[in-house]
Write a protein that binds this ligand. Structure first.
Ligand SMILES: [Zn+2]
Length: 351
């Protein structure tokens, strides 16, 4: 095998207990979403399903779906569902794939704002940040993208990571979720994880942004029970962007059937989740997370050279680590909001 594929032997919600020796923990259903995507429920309903999942997650099988990626191609979300029309459209099937990160470019815009929350203009809208980041990505050779889905209703976009930004930020501020979200982030970031300075600062920045939400992410008629207005406009922005590149915003199809999250640490690669889902009748899917690409984005967004003032160099480096930490926290919080924690965890690394 070309890569090292590790399938963790416990469900996502138990990984932290095993690796970080928690003494006290809140009950799972207080942290995860009991109504979310669940592997446990499916195995309980059909015991034979567990065997199918084990087979699909075998390292030699996972490795087959690791392909070269192109950072300039449209960014993709972690979502494991199959793109509508994938089996009929050669152009979709043969096109180069962009990187997979939770919420695609919409979360990149949110992370950008969190890293730079002190320079927020009065009455700035989240949508303006998205437009800025799309432009900035273009300048540094990164593609932008996101997705909708087949049964998108009301003002929802159909992307769980985008529609649930409110809940994702909420979980990052709640006491019950802290250990789980921080320790999962530590697992993903390894030596780049700084739980004392960077994580605390980033969460502080999220709290600050949350207080500004009524103006940054206003709701319809400013009604607290209303819908967030950004949902409709971000899809419009992504569509305009895709049209310019003669592409479309992909619609993902079928129900969520993810059985695992695949953390991909191999630079230059991504997981072809469409082919994986297609080969498994869209009944077994995986969330794909190109961990390495968070660093790539940070490197391109916050630049410096050796002739810059030392202070500027330091600032760029600090922003990189804050950006990577922010995207990681937003990504793990997305999994906490979308799943019940019973899915598996797989890591792919270079040998
Ligand atoms: Zn999504």
């Amino acid at each position: 095998m070309k890569y090292q594929v590790t399938v963790y032997d416990q469900m996502l919600s138990d990984v932290v207990q095993k690796y970080s020796k928690l003494i006290f923990n809140y009950p799972k259903d207080k942290i995860w979403n009991p109504k979310g995507v669940s592997l446990q429920r499916r195995i309980a309903a059909d015991p034979a399903f567990g065997k199918k999942v084990d087979k699909a997650l075998r390292p030699a099988n996972i490795e087959k779906y690791l392909v070269k990626q192109d950072s300039a191609a449209p960014a993709r979300c972690i979502d494991g569902r199959l793109i509508a029309g994938w089996d009929q459209d050669d152009a979709i099937r043969q096109g180069t794939l962009g990187p997979k990160l939770a919420g695609g470019t919409v979360h990149a815009a949110l992370a950008h704002r969190i890293v730079d929350s002190e320079h927020m203009r009065e009455n700035l809208l989240f949508e303006e940040d998205l437009k800025y980041v799309i432009q900035r990505f273009k300048e540094v050779g990164l593609g932008s993208g996101g997705h909708i889905d087949y049964n998108q209703t009301g003002s929802n976009t159909g992307c769980g990571a985008v529609d649930n930004i409110n809940l994702i930020l909420d979980r990052l501020q709640r006491p019950e979720h802290q250990e789980q979200l921080r320790e999962l982030s530590r697992l993903i970031l390894g030596e780049s994880y700084d739980g004392e300075v960077v994580v605390n600062e980033v969460i502080g920045r999220m709290l600050y942004l949350d207080a500004l939400k009524p103006t940054y992410m206003p709701k319809q008629d400013n009604d607290p029970a209303g819908e967030f207005l950004y949902k409709a406009t971000v899809v419009k922005t992504l569509r305009e962007e895709a049209k310019r590149a003669r592409e479309v915003v992909p619609a993902l199809t079928g129900p969520h059937n993810e059985v695992a999250t695949v953390l991909n640490f191999v630079p230059g690669t991504t997981i072809d989740t469409d082919r994986f889902s297609y080969d498994n009748q869209n009944e077994i899917q995986v969330f794909g997370w190109d961990v390495w690409h968070m660093y790539e984005e940070a490197r391109r967004l916050y630049t410096y050279d050796m002739h810059s003032q030392v202070q500027d160099q330091r600032e760029a480096i600090e922003k990189r680590i804050k950006y990577v930490t922010t995207r990681t926290l937003l990504g793990v919080s997305t999994l906490v909001v979308l799943t019940d924690g019973s899915i598996q965890l797989v890591a792919v690394t270079d040998k």
